[in-house]
Write a protein that binds this ligand. Structure first.
Ligand code: ADE
Length: 420
């Protein structure tokens, strides 16, 4: 293995290549952008550091950036989400310096982030804001060359807004997560499907007639609840926001505090972005066999330390499942060490939604280079023309035509004189 990479085993590259090609079959929008990038080379010579889940979909994004002329270095945005075969394929076929090994320790995770930053990136691509937080901390020496950054996920955008509010953010960042063509689809249908996929692969337990609690009714929680109901579960939603709670209620779910939901749930899945949403008082009330999983970015939503302290025994009955036995004999089953269950126990979101998310990433990278030096150091929205273009391209790729306003209709929409 060349010195400038850290992956599990280059012999896995063949398998990785096949999975990358399979994913590409569902990523027509990104492919179209890649063809244009190859002709126009909008990212020629631009150094990119990417801290993303190392998946087949991410590999397809990287190929588009490289087609556009970028020099990309990649590390993982979660220690448990790396697909080692994809990492190997990116090194072997595309000569991308990849620093990611599934199951890496926390120390190795940060060493790999620093390796991806090495040389000083001009653009950063984050999923959780770890590159940016590193560049604003121990790796600040590399800050001056950065043109801008993109953030993929809700949690990362929250961290960035906190940095901006404190006046700490030193370069412009685009909140890709907040594009409608991203979170309407990726967060809702992507998380919905892949979270259920992870839970089912890990447990193979029938969902029909089970009580399935979703903590948090943001875009991810909405998707998880929708898909769990689709498989016949009785869905409970817990929330802290009155509007979202009301929405969940009117969407047809039961709504109650976690302390009540814990008593009756067969599954509890967190998607809040906050810590200790499922905690000791809840563990005390749970039914025997309750399955606990997290779909939020960080492994903080289930208080695992508290669960470990309460347990009198623990063992692993299946891959991705750890069973904690409590003093009264009840067994609570934690999936994927409380990390993102959809990426740790399954393969992440389906390629078709990542197609739109990553099309936004590629077009925002181009936007930064075109507007180099003109954007101020704050959190920016995805330009609305990019957002709509991604949706338009996706419809076209799906062979769906839509209507267009007539001149008369356009004029009516901006007039106020005409009434009943
Ligand atoms: N985040 C969620 N699913 C993903 C995937 N398949 N690839 C990259 N990032 C993801």
């Amino acid at each position: 293995m060349g010195a400038d990479c850290n992956v599990r085993d280059l012999a896995l590259a063949e398998q990785g290549l096949r999975r990358i090609a399979w994913a590409a079959g569902e990523m027509a929008v990104l492919a179209g952008i890649g063809e244009r990038f190859a002709r126009e080379r909008p990212l020629a010579g631009i150094r990119v550091a990417a801290c993303l889940h190392v998946t087949a979909e991410t590999a397809n994004l990287l190929r588009v950036l490289i087609a556009g002329g970028a020099q990309v270095r990649l590390c993982a945005s979660n220690p448990l989400s790396t697909q080692d075969d994809v990492a190997a394929a990116l090194v072997a076929r595309d000569a991308v310096p990849v620093f990611a090994v599934r199951g890496e320790s926390t120390d190795a995770y940060y060493r790999n982030i620093d390796a991806a930053l090495s040389g000083g990136p001009q653009l950063t691509l984050d999923d959780g804001a770890d590159l940016i937080s590193r560049l604003h901390g121990p790796r600040a020496a590399w800050l001056p060359g950065v043109i801008g950054g993109m953030e993929e996920t809700t949690t990362g955008v929250m961290r960035l807004r906190a940095m901006a509010a404190e006046g700490a953010l030193r370069y412009p960042v685009i909140a890709v997560n907040d594009a409608m063509s991203k979170h309407f689809f990726d967060n809702r249908y992507g998380t919905g499907q892949s979270t259920l996929d992870g839970i089912l692969r890990a447990t193979n337990i029938l969902l029909a007639a089970k009580v399935f609690t979703v903590a948090g009714y943001g875009w991810c929680g909405r998707g998880i609840a929708l898909r769990a109901r689709g498989m016949g579960a009785q869905v409970i939603v817990t929330e802290v926001d009155s509007l979202r709670a009301l929405e969940a209620l009117m969407d047809g779910y039961r709504v109650m505090p976690m302390a009540e939901a814990a008593r009756v749930s067969d599954f509890i899945v967190t998607a809040t972005g906050d810590r200790n949403v499922v905690d000791a008082p809840h563990f005390e009330r749970m039914k025997d066999g309750c399955v606990l999983a997290n779909a939020g970015h960080f492994n903080v939503e289930v208080n695992i330390d508290a669960l470990a302290r309460m347990a009198v025994g623990r063992h692993r009955p299946r891959e991705h499942v750890e069973e904690f036995r409590l003093a009264d004999g009840r067994r609570l089953r934690l999936l994927a060490e409380g990390r993102l269950v959809n990426l740790a126990a399954a393969e992440g979101h389906p390629s078709s939604v990542m197609d739109m998310s990553f099309a936004n990433q590629a077009l925002c990278a181009e936007h930064f280079v075109k507007n180099r030096g003109r954007l101020d150091a704050r959190v920016h929205e995805v330009p609305p023309e990019i957002d709509r273009e991604v949706a338009r391209l996706k419809l076209a790729a799906m062979g769906i035509a839509i209507d267009a306003l007539s001149a008369e209709q356009r004029a009516y929409l901006v007039s106020w004189r005409e009434g009943t």
